[in-house]
Write a protein that binds this ligand. Structure first.
Ligand SMILES: Cc1cc2nc3c(=O)[nH]c(=O)nc-3n(C[C@H](O)[C@H](O)[C@H](O)COP(=O)(O)OP(=O)(O)OC[C@H]3O[C@@H](n4cnc5c(N)ncnc54)[C@H](O)[C@@H]3O)c2cc1C
Length: 380
């Protein structure tokens, strides 16, 4: 058992960390305030190979192992939770759908520009009446000659309003429950009937547009089907499993930001003629924050390790995401407490970490659904 990072993993960490400190952190408060998609940063990250980290170089990816990808995403999220979601939805969800389930032509045509960052990806699964209950979706894709005609709508789609490629789930056989769900590649610029209804005004996760989409007799060529008809539910579950590892990474990145800021602040802030870091009450908070971050990292890398080895990792990914998401909120909460009144204001970024952290407990499987998943695996 080796807990140390390889030379390549350290290089990735250091490269992304430097980029985060120099390019992302200085503008993170502006991204939060303006809630605009940070195209300039995404372009810079594309040049660094950060928009296709875990995919092979032959498809424009960086060819990194899943540990390195998670480390990269952790660093990005340490700078901005919104950017963390942009990269995670683009890569772990849309990119993974194309890589795992696309045929060779689909990979060449759609995955390569996604990995290169010239196209932005989105993953459209959730609907107004179908969040945790995926098979309740009502969006349909009806075959008409050599096309599918898609009708319905999707809600809360990260990158949805800026995406060039959307991996969409729709029912090709509405009577067949989860076996009637198929996945399709949608190209918003080309496909008439793709409508962005609007974007959400959210608590946090700013900079990543969360869109409501509508499909009005949208015609998709049949060669944009991923895999076979009826494979969509399995595609979604498998993709979300890998995605959960990277939401753990986003959670850890945010928690680390809160810890790092709190360590600094506690040494700068003086009360009763001494830095507050001298008080044992504050020291214990810092100790607990760091312990939680380290535990979350171990769970994340355990899940990544199983994924790399090709072993089943449903339970491990769910545990990593469940634990990391809950501790990211707890650590950010303690970060505010250590900052006192200042922590409750926008003078310090720790309140942003708290707002960004909360989302981790909701998307890609709520904490309640993840506990169901873990229990089902234990009882299986
Ligand atoms: C900012 C943001 C970005 C998102 N990005 C995407 C995206 O890119 N693509 C996408 O497809 N979706 C996305 N989502 C949707 C997200 O995955 C769903 O919100 C999530 O799955 C929960 O679904 P819901 O909101 O309908 O809640 P519901 O399923 O209605 O759940 C409400 C509550 O009931 C609980 N509950 C539901 N069922 C059970 C059960 N069986 N047992 C116990 N408790 C249960 C839940 O845990 C929750 O606490 C995003 C959401 C947000 C907020």
């Amino acid at each position: 058992m080796d807990f140390s990072l390889s030379t390549e993993q350290k290089q990735i960490r250091d490269m992304v960390s430097e980029f985060v400190d120099e390019e992302i952190k200085p503008v993170a408060a502006d991204i939060d305030a303006n809630d605009e998609f940070p195209q300039d940063l995404v372009d810079e990250m594309s040049k660094l190979g950060l928009m296709g980290m875990p995919f092979p170089e032959e498809y424009g990816g960086a060819g990194l192992d899943y540990h390195s990808y998670a480390i990269g995403l952790e660093e990005i999220s340490r700078g901005s939770g919104g950017l963390g979601t942009i990269v995670a939805a683009h890569t772990s969800l849309a990119g993974n759908m194309l890589y795992e389930f696309g045929n060779e032509e689909q990979k060449q045509e759609y995955l390569t520009p996604v990995n290169e960052g010239t196209d932005i990806g989105a993953f459209a699964l959730s609907e107004a009446g179908a969040g945790s209950d995926v098979p309740a979706m009502t969006t349909t894709a009806e075959k008409d000659g050599d096309e599918y005609v898609v009708n319905g709508g999707k809600l809360w789609i990260s990158n949805g309003s800026v995406a060039d490629t959307v991996t969409l789930f729709a029912k090709t056989d509405p009577e067949a429950g989860n076996k009637g769900i198929s996945s399709l590649i949608v190209r918003p610029e080309e496909d008439d009937g793709f409508i962005v209804e609007g974007t959400e005004h959210k608590l946090g996760d700013k900079g990543c547009p969360t869109a409501e989409l509508r499909f009005d007799d949208m015609r998709i060529p049949e060669d944009r089907l991923l895999g076979e008809e009826g494979d969509g539910f399995v595609h979604a579950l498998k993709t979300l499993n890998g995605g959960r590892i990277t939401i753990a990474a986003r959670s850890i990145g945010i928690a680390r930001a809160a810890l790092e800021d709190s360590l600094q602040y506690s040494q700068d802030r003086e009360q009763f003629d001494q830095p507050i870091s001298g008080f044992q009450a504050i020291q214990h908070k810092l100790a607990d924050m760091d312990t939680k971050v380290q535990c979350a990292k171990l769970l994340m890398h355990q899940a990544a390790d199983k994924k790399i080895r090709g072993e089943k990792f449903i339970k491990e990914a769910a545990q990593a995401k469940l634990y990391a998401s809950e501790i990211s909120r707890e650590v950010a909460n303690e970060g505010i407490q250590i900052h006192g009144g200042y922590g409750y204001t926008k003078d310090f970024p720790v309140e942003r970490y708290y707002r960004d952290a909360k989302l981790n407990e909701i998307y890609e499987g709520t904490s309640e659904i993840l506990r169901n998943t873990i229990a089902a695996q234990l009882l299986d």
